[in-house]
Design a protein around this ligand. Sequence first.
Ligand code: FAD
Length: 557
Amino acid sequence: MNNTRRGLPLARARIEQIFPKLTPTQIRRITPHGRSRTTKRGEVLSEHGDIAASFFVVVSGELEILRPSGTVETLVTVHRSGQFTGEVGTLSGRRTMFRVRATKPGKVIELDRRHMLTLVQTDAELGEILMRAFILRRAELITAGVGDTVLIGSTYSADTLRIKEFLMRNGHPYSYIDLEHDPDVQNMLDSFRLAANEIPVVICRGQVVLRNPSKQEIADCLGFNESIDQTHVRDLVVIGAGPSGLAAAVYGASEGLDVLVLETGSPGGQAGSSSRIENYLGFPTGISGQELAARAYIQAQKFGAEILITKGTRLVCDVRPYVVEVENGARIPARTIAIATGAEYRKPRCENLSRLEGAGVYYAATFVEAQLCGGDEVIVVGGGNSAGQAAVFLAEAAKRVHMLVRSVGLAKTMSSYLIRRIEETPNIVVQPYTEIMGLQGGDHLESVVWRNNQMELTEEHKIRHVFLMTGADPNTGWLNGCLALDARSFIKTGQDLSPENLSAARWPLARQPFLLETSLPGVFAVGDVRGGSIKRVASAVGEGSIAISLVHKVLQE
Ligand SMILES: Cc1cc2nc3c(=O)[nH]c(=O)nc-3n(C[C@H](O)[C@H](O)[C@H](O)COP(=O)(O)OP(=O)(O)OC[C@H]3O[C@@H](n4cnc5c(N)ncnc54)[C@H](O)[C@@H]3O)c2cc1C
């Protein structure tokens, strides 16, 4: 016998947008997309855990949305005449977290996922109402910590942070229990026979207990990938769901291509870790990288792109269609491919780094960052060209620029004009043999510990701005030697491919590679992973979008 507990703490603000009531005209427009059916009192229309659950519009009667946990059901909301079920998971087809039950005899229109996607893509007005409601509902669930997942962890554990970030980046609601702060935790651990050193623990769907799981294990347990067919040949497989990959997915899917995106687990890529992107067109007050990524992620799904949470481990290029092998062993066939795996900034190993990124720790020295540190002392880490440019630029605004270099001095590869400029700028101080050891601060960086390895001297300095200009490594290790790369292992495309590159790759076509096309026909590289890319969100988005028009050309060849 189920007990129903009433009332989740869902916000009552914006209630008309979260739970809108459709007009009779709007309902009439939905009817041809689905099937009308009657409901009986107590009838369960879809069950917690169902994959690709249907979408229901209530014509008459009532539907309860319940979150079951053991024998207890928590009532999330009740949909009445003119209202509809669903949230973001309904778009992606992932396992639903809720039970939908009729409370009285009535009538509903039922749409399966495919028809619901067609509806949101073809009816602009209804598409907007549904998408807004789905997104706001998911946001409410995340805020209220309502979901099918419990994370037990510790504020001081890096793995807890890793899992929190994974769930957050995938927009998956969860409740969090902190070992340090919650007195009931021990009871919880005892009931699952968990030792404290097995944290973080994820209890997924109230059943499966995962001890310090990998991202892939969580994705598998929550069924992120279950509704996705990994065997049929796709028009386009995009590897990486950063800004460039998501742009390729949105444009590709909206132009009718069958698109699958592979992502290791951090949708949004580097941009997703930026606390505020101020220079992206159309957002005059800035937008957090996470918000931008979340919107793009949902937009891609709205147009029918599917997103598989897994790592591309090997490109197989001696077969047609191409094959991308992934972590779980599946082999995904693709007519065309967009590689959007980005790059990772080389980072010193020190505590608090990820927490202070964007809050005193920067990877770019543009006008925006320079404004933040006007009149202050700053640190630039690195001895190469990008570090030199940053130091000279920042010296105009900063009181003093400390250039921390690990070796005896500036890199031999640094341009001589930059070396001269650094030498001639009195407020740039080169600190040789020096490395960053620690970063301290709350909401913002407050002090930095550095060590001079030659003098074996460790010092703490009250400096609030650090620019890490130690270069970025492209995520190209998995390409299996299939593509021509430049000296720094970024992917060469278009006119950058020399005749030697093309002959080594046995380029088979009479035409030259298109812009953004690699040394393999139909395989494109977009965003930061591409040699010579600009390393900005806008350029990554631009390249992902441009690639689609070229994908169409290749598919017609
Ligand atoms: C802290 C920070 C702040 C920034 N701020 C700004 C800013 O304010 N303005 C601006 O214009 N730019 C900014 N940038 C730069 C900008 O974020 C990047 O230029 C942009 O994100 C590049 O997009 P991308 O899609 O090419 O690659 P990425 O963002 O690097 O995304 C690559 C994606 O591919 C995935 N991936 C990698 N390997 C695999 C694999 N084998 N299989 C599956 N998936 C894989 C990764 O998980 C990742 O999600 C910032 C960067 C950082 C790090």
